[in-house]
Design a protein around this ligand. Structure first.
Ligand code: GLA
Length: 377
């Protein structure tokens, strides 16, 4: 990242001490269950956010982004606490705060993860800063500790009640593999995910839809799962089976029943998807991906017309599996397709979006990529 270092030097008049990077993510399966202590199976995409960092002796924190024309935001390190000033800079400030940094720093970030597409550009930003600070100040924090710290930054500083999946995969991903993450204890297993060897491609479809509902909708789903857990006297949806859920139907509302059913069935689908991947059974994987979408759409109600149209159009054009990914209410969908079908599927989705009067979708593909890293400059 020679150009980032050069830009840092031009902007701040000195060399960076550390350069770090962290990727965005796509979740293959296991949606809206990280905050229910479930299993998830995401992978890191090639697009990442880079950070160049150097410490300052005077307690000043200066933050700039290449995308924001390198306009410098300044704040004293002692004023870095929840409720501080800052717009996107809060993702960076939150990490300084949650890692307990008391020294000033200059930070320049440069992000290539498409923002607003549901590909976790915010986790990429938090994690690149976190691994950079970990290296700069020799904090010796483990990846699990950094995942918890970056989640805390997002929950308590930025104010988004997200789970632990996005930060964990951005930090812990391995190239060529999906990451089976147990959100209860953050233990992981690498699951080889080599679609190309099977003549397949994973298409990422950014619907370009962003619904105002997002924040409230996410918190509401989370609250519904917590309410079911409280009423059934269990720690989380991880401790629930379909049988127990059925037999306690009268203790919870009809909506809570559907939310819990999604959580229970989705956790089971992740484990089935791991089996399918380990035996290169992509038909079975596709079926699980389809079931995940139906469950997210009907039981969890976090899809939206654009996502449903993207999924339906890809399946009609021959996709093996397709579903919404991430928090929902907009953002991206994925489609597992035969490599030779890629333009057919893209054209079918574009045509369907046009006929519904939706914005033109954007398409990406990405091989499973490696997690965050940092090095001395
Ligand atoms: C967002 C959150 C994650 C996770 C997903 C849904 O990406 O940041 O923690 O809950 O939604 O699976």
């Amino acid at each position: 990242m020679a150009s980032l270092a050069r830009n840092f030097e031009e902007l701040f008049g000195r060399k960076p001490e550390v350069i770090s990077e962290a990727p965005g993510r796509v979740n293959l399966i296991g949606e809206h269950i990280d905050y229910s202590e479930g299993f998830v199976l995401p992978f890191a995409i090639a697009d990442r956010t880079y950070a160049a960092i150097a410490s300052r002796p005077d307690g000043l924190v200066r933050i700039a982004s290449h995308q924001r024309k390198e306009k410098i935001f300044s704040i004293d390190i002692h004023d870095v606490k929840p409720g501080s000033k800052g717009d996107w800079e809060k993702y960076v400030l939150g990490v300084l705060w949650s890692l307990g940094i008391t020294t000033g720093v200059d930070i320049l970030v440069d992000g290539s993860v498409p923002a607003g597409a549901g590909l976790s550009s915010s986790a990429a930003l938090e994690c690149s800063v976190a691994v950079g600070l970990n290296e700069l100040f020799t904090l010796n924090q483990s990846l699990e500790e950094l995942a918890r710290a970056t989640q805390k930054a997002e929950n308590n500083y930025v104010g988004v009640p997200c789970g632990i999946m996005d930060q964990s995969v951005s930090l812990m991903a391995k190239a060529g593999a999906a990451l089976l993450l147990d959100c209860r204890d953050l233990s992981t297993e690498s699951v080889p995910f080599s679609v190309a060897d099977a003549g397949l491609e994973l298409l990422i479809i950014d619907t370009q839809a962003h619904h105002a509902l997002v924040d409230g909708g996410y918190a509401e789903r989370r609250a519904a799962c917590e309410s079911v857990a409280a009423k059934l006297n269990i720690p989380s949806m991880r401790h629930l089976s379909l049988e127990v859920l059925e037999s306690n139907r009268d203790k919870i509302t009809a909506t809570e029943f559907m939310r819990a059913r999604h959580a229970v069935t989705e956790i089971a689908r992740v484990l089935d998807a791991v089996k399918a991947l380990r035996s290169s059974d992509f038909e079975a994987l596709g079926k699980l991906i389809n079931e995940s979408h139906i469950s997210l759409r009907d039981d969890y109600a976090v899809s939206c017309p654009e996502l449903d149209v993207a999924v339906a159009a890809s399946l009609e054009a021959g996709a093996i599996g397709s579903r919404m990914v991430g928090g929902g209410f907009g953002g991206s969908a994925i489609a597992l397709i035969k490599a030779e079908d890629i333009s057919k599927v893209r054209d079918a989705i574009t045509a369907a979006f046009e006929s519904h009067g939706f914005k033109r979708p954007r398409f990406f593909t990405s091989l499973p990529s490696s997690g965050a890293s940092a090095s001395r400059y």
